[in-house]
Ligand binder design. Structure first.
Ligand SMILES: [Fe+2]
Length: 289
């Protein structure tokens, strides 16, 4: 696909209103959809949407000096400089502002006043909600794949707020983020507006979520873990020229074991694989400070 040409506006929709096949409130059905189709829509109630609203508002009023102080690029933590990350094409950087929150770095955050700010405490709350959903989903997916090894992921996973302001847009770019797969086990995505495209059976679909729904998609670390049973989902973010800036609250789920078995018992250097992907997005290796 040429990423500079304007894509056709006629995208088929993925929506819980249109298809029962990929939608159910039960985690069991979501796990089945994730394994078989590489994505699922989950109804999770309104609190994450409220967290996203709050965080987007707070992000807009956070001063540059505060952003600079609470920025730990070497561990992908805190405010990330805009124009640094990309979807494997360094010429086409992500057109967003990013704030990352890691549960495992809370102790080191506590010496900064910013850790008492509404943006930070809301990120903390969002992480706790995401973690509970992810723990249940991964438990059921493991059982479905007959995978017995523990997957401890909380300390290797992080919440990411992406805000796509007008000032970062590029009129020659059709996408705010180019086509990619995430290189995680799974990614939970809670956007506040349309624009997310997922490539299913070779065709881009526009994801249309209700306010109390989120999308979970598979990444190539789950493909490794499952010996190819679960394929990674490629996706992009289309610039729809929305009247208000688009924002997305994301939970990137990793389990950075030096070695762990696959479903078939093959040894996987999971941390090394994850770092390869992470570096391809313009990031430093995980936990590298
Ligand atoms: Fe992504």
């Amino acid at each position: 696909m040429s990423t500079d040409s304007r894509p056709s506006p006629a995208f088929p929709l993925i929506s819980s209103k249109l298809s029962q096949r990929h939608y159910d409130e039960s985690v069991a059905t979501a796990a089945k959809s994730l394994v078989e189709c590489s994505y699922a829509i989950l109804n999770i109630g309104p609190e994450l949407a409220r967290c996203l609203d709050k965080m987007q508002g707070e992000m807009a009023t956070t001063q540059a000096s505060e952003r600079t102080q609470f920025s730990f690029v070497s561990r992908t933590d805190g405010f990330m400089p805009s124009g640094m990350t990309f979807a494997r094409d360094a010429e086409k950087v992500d057109l967003c502002e990013t704030f990352n929150f890691w549960h495992c770095y809370k102790a080191s955050h506590s010496r900064f006043d910013f850790s008492r700010s509404p943006l930070y405490t809301t990120a903390e709350r969002a992480e706790a909600i995401f973690f509970e959903i992810a723990r249940e989903l991964i438990r059921v997916v493991s059982r479905k794949l007959e995978y017995a090894h523990p997957i401890d992921f909380r300390n290797d996973s992080f919440v990411q707020l992406n805000v796509y302001p007008d000032m970062l847009k590029h009129r020659r770019r059709a996408h705010l983020q180019e086509l990619h797969e995430d290189g995680h086990l799974v990614t939970f995505i809670k956007p506040n507006a349309p624009g997310l495209l997922v490539r299913v059976e070779g065709r881009d679909h526009l994801v249309n979520l209700e306010r109390d729904e989120l999308l979970v998609i598979s990444g190539s670390l789950l493909t490794e873990l499952s010996d190819g049973i679960v394929q990674p989902l490629y996706h992009s973010v289309l610039d729809l020229n929305l009247p208000a800036p688009r924002a997305s609250l994301i939970y990137n789920v990793n389990a950075l074991y030096e070695q762990m078995p696959s479903v078939l018992g093959r040894s996987i250097a999971m941390k090394s694989l994850a770092n390869q992907h992470h570096i391809e997005f313009g990031q430093e290796p995980y936990h590298s400070d």
